[in-house]
Design a binder for this molecule. Structure first.
Ligand SMILES: Nc1ncnc2c1ncn2[C@@H]1O[C@H](COP(=O)(O)OP(=O)(O)O)[C@@H](O)[C@H]1O
Ligand SMILES: [Mg+2]
Length: 401
């Protein structure tokens, strides 16, 4: 008997993971998405156009299909998934953990109580509180809404006192469900993202990267390389930090996408934790290629209540996830070199997210990216070289505003 997994969220960014889910032999997927024309529709026998944030609608479909497991591809549907898994006694987050994983303020407070290393922070509502924090802690600081959907939305690095008002106003524009923001010390160092999985008392770093972010007021990655270039002792510290961070949030078992910054003295500061696998092609093909296991298969088996055998990842393979962007706002006129970029050895895919005629903007958040390159190879360096080569082939012509 095939297990039945309900998947919440099926955007274009999830295409490769969805294809892998669609090909699983032991799992039948029921996919829900808010877009009636989702790419999942032709891929799966069971597709429903539904508001995935509406937990009662999701629950009623879950009961109708008598599912064995539920997995949310993104933060938007994490609450719905936790309501369903709790109600139907399936593996998943309890609602309190989902809430803490969706609110950067609650997350910081939970981690502070647990004594986890993280930037010094304050939860604020008023601009005066931001000014007071900067006066006592100095610059640079980062300001961000506690809950705005991720992707760097509303995140602003304030470098000196002249930028406090701009930063506060900028973050304010992205306030969502509530009016709280965090202001915190900016940690200098190398950022890492980790695909973390814990089961039966054991935890695994399925993939870990280092990221390059242009030093703007925003902080959006343009290059993410796997495996991250860290000493083994630092990787071990990152693994411990992930486990402590997940445990503190009530995720003793399950999955997380963890972001941290390794400072020059190799201290690991937690930035945030997403209670799901990383977005876009990180899930698949990247985490699968790097670890040598099909990550969608592992996720399907875990959430459907299967026993997971212990595994070891002895040798991480290389991957590079590069993003293109425009240096200025304007209209994209032309893109050349796409075919050459796509045929570069080691390059798995090149995507264009903006078409000629579209408005492009500076890299304020990840929505401003214009496309991506994914290279998969034996080593980090060979994958990065392939991505660099493909990047050089791509030429964007923009009529600047
Ligand atoms: N305290 C900090 N120090 C240094 N960089 C930070 C800090 N907080 C956030 N950033 C940068 O901003 C990015 C986005 O912030 P994050 O809290 O992860 O929000 P989002 O939910 O938008 O991903 C991070 O990946 C990191 O590069
Ligand atoms: Mg983040």
């Amino acid at each position: 008997m095939k297990k039945r997994l309900m998947i919440l969220g099926a955007s274009n960014a999830n295409r490769m993971a969805l294809l892998e889910f669609a090909g699983l032999q032991n799992t039948e997927c029921i996919v829900l998405d808010g877009n009636p024309d989702s790419i999942a529709k032709p891929m799966f026998q069971y597709f429903h156009h539904v508001d995935i944030t509406d937990s009662s609608k999701v629950l009623s479909l879950a009961e109708q299909y008598n599912i064995d497991g539920i997995y949310s591809m993104n933060d938007h549907a994490l609450r719905s998934a936790s309501v369903v898994s709790t109600k139907l006694c399936l593996r998943g987050l309890n609602p309190a953990s989902a809430q803490a994983a969706l609110d950067k303020g609650t997350m910081r407070e939970v981690w502070k109580t647990a004594g986890i290393l993280q930037p010094k922070f304050r939860i604020i509502v008023q601009q005066e509180e931001a000014i007071a924090f900067c006066q006592s802690e100095g610059f640079p600081v980062v300001i961000k809404p506690v809950d705005c959907g991720g992707g760097g939305r509303g995140v602003y690095v304030i470098k000196d006192e002249r930028e406090v008002e701009t930063g506060f106003q900028y973050a304010s524009r992205f306030l969502n469900r509530n009016n709280r923001m965090i202001i915190e010390k900016f940690i200098e160092g190398t950022e890492a993202s980790i695909e973390y999985f814990a089961y039966n008392g054991k935890s695994y770093l399925v993939a870990y990267s280092d990221k390059f972010k242009p030093p703007l007021n925003s902080r959006v990655a343009t290059k993410i390389c796997y495996p991250g270039l860290f000493k083994p002792s630092t990787v071990e510290k990152m693994g411990n930090a992930c486990r402590e961070a997940a445990d503190a949030l009530g995720i003793a078992e399950g999955v997380a996408h963890v972001e941290c910054i390794v400072d020059p003295s190799e201290q690991v500061y937690l930035v945030e934790l997403g209670a799901r696998v990383g977005g876009g092609h990180t899930f698949h093909p990247i985490a699968s290629h790097v670890s040598g296991i099909s990550y969608p298969q592992l996720i399907a088996d875990y959430f459907c209540g299967q026993d997971i055998s212990e595994f070891t990842i002895s040798d991480y393979r290389g991957a590079a996830y590069y993003f293109t962007h425009s240096d200025a706002a304007g209209i994209l006129r032309r893109v050349t070199g796409l075919e050459k970029a796509r045929s570069t050895k080691g390059v798995a895919l090149v995507e264009l997210w903006k078409q000629p005629g579209d408005q492009v903007s500076v890299l304020a958040d990840s929505m401003a990216r214009t496309g991506c390159i994914v290279a998969l190879d034996k080593s980090r360096d060979s994958a990065a070289n392939a991505a660099e080569k493909a990047l050089r082939e791509l030429q964007f012509t923009v009529d600047k505003d």
